[in-house]
Design a protein around this ligand. Structure first.
Ligand code: DX5
Ligand code: ZN
Length: 213
């Protein structure tokens, strides 16, 4: 069974409380927060304030995806805001082990993300320290992009290298892609626009769960 993590980047922020309720009624366990700094990616999204608000209205775990040049300076505030897990990019400008150690010292689960153009070998030295690897299946920065099929080759390499590691596939996942990834060995599938841009959020999640288990 692959767990679905809705990315709220594509949510309707004017109706967020209602949409969160739909997710909880659909038995979603973890939300994905795409934090963007406008430098690491050419887009700016939201900070830790949104986690403070959401945790008042929801019991879902909060998974923070930091698409930022210097993640070290944000880790403390997202941990205080209630992050369950924090993922930063291996392409960032901070020392990778410093970020991993800091996230763990904050008692959060730790993930490292790799961009589509980054060879998967780049994260091999860190695998033993991680709770999760995030394989980007779109170019980071925006929701609603096309799934990059080559990302599944990285999943296979990682799966063969370390059978215990949780792999999160992030971006471009819809019902058709779900059918292609259901046996890939990933643990989490991050889904944004397919869920939040659908006419019926609960039906969209139900359709994905029918395929992903
Ligand atoms: C892209 C983000 C993804 C994205 C997922 O930079 O990391 O989480 O928002 O949204 P969709 O499912 O629309 O690709
Ligand atoms: Zn993401």
């Amino acid at each position: 069974m692959i767990k679905i993590c809705p990315s709220i980047l594509s949510a309707d922020f004017l109706n967020l409380k209602k949409e969160l309720k739909f997710l909880e009624e659909s038995k979603i366990e973890m939300l994905h927060f795409d934090v963007m700094d406008g430098y690491f990616v050419p887009n700016l999204s939201f900070g830790s304030l949104i986690l403070n608000s959401i945790k008042k209205a929801s019991k879902m775990l909060m998974d923070v995806h930091l698409m930022v040049k210097r993640p070290l300076k944000f880790l403390e505030q997202f941990s205080k805001a209630g992050a369950f897990s924090m993922t930063f990019h291996v392409e960032c400008e901070d020392n990778i082990l410093d970020c991993i150690n800091k996230i763990k010292s904050l008692n959060c689960k730790c993930g490292v993300a790799i961009n589509p153009e980054t060879p998967v070998e780049k994260i091999f030295p860190f695998l033993d320290y991680l709770d999760m690897v995030v394989v980007m299946s779109v170019k980071p920065g925006f929701g609603g992009q096309e799934f990059i099929k080559d990302s599944l080759k990285k999943v296979e390499i990682l799966r063969n290298k370390n059978n215990f590691l949780k792999i999160q596939l992030d971006g471009g996942i819809n019902l058709n892609i779900a059918k292609q990834i259901k046996d890939s060995g990933i643990y989490y599938a991050v889904v944004g626009s397919y869920i939040f841009c659908s006419k019926d959020i609960k039906q969209a999640i139900f359709s994905l769960k029918e395929v992903l288990g």
